[in-house]
Design a protein around this ligand. Structure first.
Ligand SMILES: Cc1ncc(COP(=O)(O)O)c(C=O)c1O
Length: 376
């Protein structure tokens, strides 16, 4: 045996997570995670699964029976829905305007799905007529959009898109990773056929589960497939046999992550969705007002600016990486860098879930002022 030096006990530095995710985990969620494991078929655990699904339906604003958290992060949700809704050689239309729109194409392509991607400049969003025109020009089984594009800070309006998709015989797939729990999202009222999210953004949980929800119409399309989905682990009908009355073993779901999600969702229900959305909106507004006082400018116009993720233009002559480093080392605050074409151009500030609190905004604005204005 090779000798190994003793490795220190875990002691992560305290961090205020105000980047694009993960956001700070609520203390109640952390406490729930430190409770003892139950077996995946323990009747007590099965009750927790049911409760988690019920809370998820509330949070997604849906009655969809097929609503469950897939094991894995937001990307697992994306991949799961793509491979269930689309068989190889079926067509997906992606209306992209940022990094995660591009991801949809990349993942679908790996599974042999035929993809048409249309693009807009990063930071812009699609009008309903543009989605209509795109579907007329590029008929597809599924049209996908990112509700909250974390790479740009833009909020894609979704109302009316479900009806447009259905008129063209398509299903509407939505990436809700940075929106679920942080801003209005109403799957049923907006005729959204399938949506996926993550737990580490607005739900106050660690990463590790990807809530998904599938409408009866989309489930019918899944049922009409002649071949099973190309990823066994993400076969939603197999997963539904565990999450539903059959309780058939599929894989060993992480009890710890289910405890976390259930507690995060209990917090959502306690606060109430409307109040939760209002809190996110108010803190974003407060942050943007404070930015103006520092002569800092958000990247996205107010009409399409996300409350959960605000991109801030890096002023000319400022070393953006150094500002982030100073925020982390001197103030214990994490914010994010720009991605792709916005690398070096913007900072990404997440005000999500338990991180979306007025005192956090005050702290970040104060720290930015010290770093940018005083520069001592
Ligand atoms: C909009 C969007 N979609 C998908 C993902 C992928 O989620 P994850 O990193 O949890 O796999 C992210 C992650 O930041 C995201 O912001």
């Amino acid at each position: 045996m090779l000798p190994i030096d003793p490795i220190a006990e875990l002691a992560p530095s305290p961090r205020l997570l105000l980047g694009p995710g993960p956001s700070s985990v609520h203390p109640r969620v952390l406490r729930a995670m430190s409770t003892p494991l139950l077996g995946y078929l323990d009747p007590e655990f099965l009750r927790l699964l049911d409760e988690t699904q019920e809370l998820l339906r509330y949070t997604f604003q849906t009655t969809n029976a097929l609503t469950l958290p897939v094991s894995g992060t937001g990307m697992a949700g994306m991949e799961a829905l793509l491979v269930n809704l689309l068989a190889p050689s079926e067509r997906l239309l992606v209306c992209a305007a940022g990094f995660f729109g591009n991801r949809l194409e990349e993942v679908a392509h790996r599974h042999g799905i035929e993809v048409t991607r249309i693009d807009k400049p990063w930071g812009e969003v699609y009008a309903p007529e543009e989605v209509d025109t795109a579907l007329r020009a590029h008929p597809a089984k599924v049209v996908a959009l990112v509700h909250a594009e974390t790479s740009t800070g833009a909020l894609q309006p979704l109302e009316g898109l479900g009806e447009i998709a259905h008129r063209h015989g398509a299903l509407l797939l939505v990436d809700a990773v940075t929106s679920l729990g942080g801003l209005p999202l109403r799957l049923d009222a907006w005729d959204i056929d399938a949506a996926y999210a993550g737990t580490q953004k607005c739900l106050g949980c660690p990463p590790g589960l990807a809530p998904v929800s599938v409408s009866p119409r989309a489930r019918e399309a899944i049922g009409a497939r002649t071949q099973p989905p190309s990823a066994w682990y993400f076969d939603l009908e197999l997963l539904a046999r565990y999450w539903g009355p059959d309780r058939a073993y599929h894989h060993t779901v992480s009890a710890t992550l289910v405890y976390a999600l259930r507690e995060g969702l209990r917090l959502v229900a306690e606060e109430g969705l409307e109040a939760l959305w209002a809190r996110h909106a108010a803190n974003a507004e407060y942050f943007c007002a404070g930015l103006a006082e520092l002569d800092l400018v958000p990247f996205v116009a107010p009409a399409h600016r996300l409350p959960t993720l605000i991109t801030v233009r890096v002023p000319h002559g400022v070393d953006e990486a150094q500002v982030r480093t100073r925020l982390r080392t001197e103030y214990g605050i994490e914010i994010g860098a720009g991605l792709g074409p916005l690398k070096g151009q913007v900072w990404r500030v997440g005000l999500m879930g338990h991180s979306s609190r007025r005192e956090n905004v005050t702290l970040l604005l104060g720290a930015l002022k010290e770093i940018l204005v005083r520069r001592d």
